[in-house]
Write a protein that binds this ligand. Sequence first.
Ligand code: ATP
Length: 244
Amino acid sequence: MSLIEVKNLKTVFGDKVVHDGVNLSVQEGEIYGLLGPSGCGKTTLLREIVMLQEFHGGSVKVLGKKIETLTTDEILSLKRQWGVLFQFGALFSSLTIAENIALPLVEYTELSRSMIDEIVRFKINLVGLKTEDGDLYPSQISGGMRKKAGLARALALDPKLLFLDEPTSGLDPISAREFDSLILDLRQMLNLTIVMVSHDLRSIYDTLDRIAIIDDKKIAFEGSLDEIDTLQNEFVKTFFRQKL
Ligand code: ATP
C-alpha cells in the first residue's frame, strides 16, 4: 500500500522551475531515499510533502489524504501522524533535551504533565540516550546525541511516517553508522515508514530499500539500488562510483 503518492508535481521559485512533473510513491514499511545532485530539490520536495511549503501544480497524497484539499482540522490531525528531523532541525537551545522532546506532546495533545514526562523518558531511552541526558541543554551534548534527541522529538507522537533530511551529515563515521542502525531498529520496532534525503553513500546502501533520483526537475529513476548499475545518468555514474 502506498502511504505517499506524488503526482505530476510542479515547483517554481520566481522564474526558476525546480520540479516539473515529479511522480513517486512510497510504500508502507519501506525506507525510501530521495537522492540527486545538489540543488535538484530534495529538501524542497520533503518540505512540500510535510506541508511546510506550497507547490504549484500536481498533487500530493499522504496517508490517503490529498494535502492540497484539506481543512485546517484535517491538516492538524494529519501532521500529528508524521515526525520530521531536519538537517538543521535545531533543538531549541534554551530548552533542555527533555523539554524539546515534550514540545509536540504539549502542543498537540491534552495529556497530563506526568504522562508527558513518562513518554519523554521512554522516547529518550528509545533512541539510546540516558534518562539523565534529558536534563542537559543542546549545547552540552555531542552532535550525535543532538541528532538522537531530534529523532526522539520526531517520534514523540508515535508517528506512522518519519521524514529525515540528511540525518548523518555532520556526524563522525562511527556516530553515523550508529544512527543508521538505530533507524533500522526503530523501523522494525515501531513499524515506521521512512523517507530520507541523503548524500551519505554508506548510509544509502545500509538503510534504503528503494530510492528516487531527482534530476533535471523530474524523477530520473525510482527503484531498488541493485537496478542502478545500468543507468546512463551523470549523477548516478559519478555519485555511485565513489569508494565506500
Ligand atoms: P542540497 O542537496 O544541496 O541540500 P536540494 O536538492 O535539497 O539541495 P533544495 O534545497 O530543495 O535542493 O533546493 C532546490 C532549489 O530551489 C535550489 O536551487 C534552491 O536555491 C531553490 N530554493 C529552495 N527554497 C527556495 C526558496 N524558499 N526561495 C527560492 N528558491 C528556493
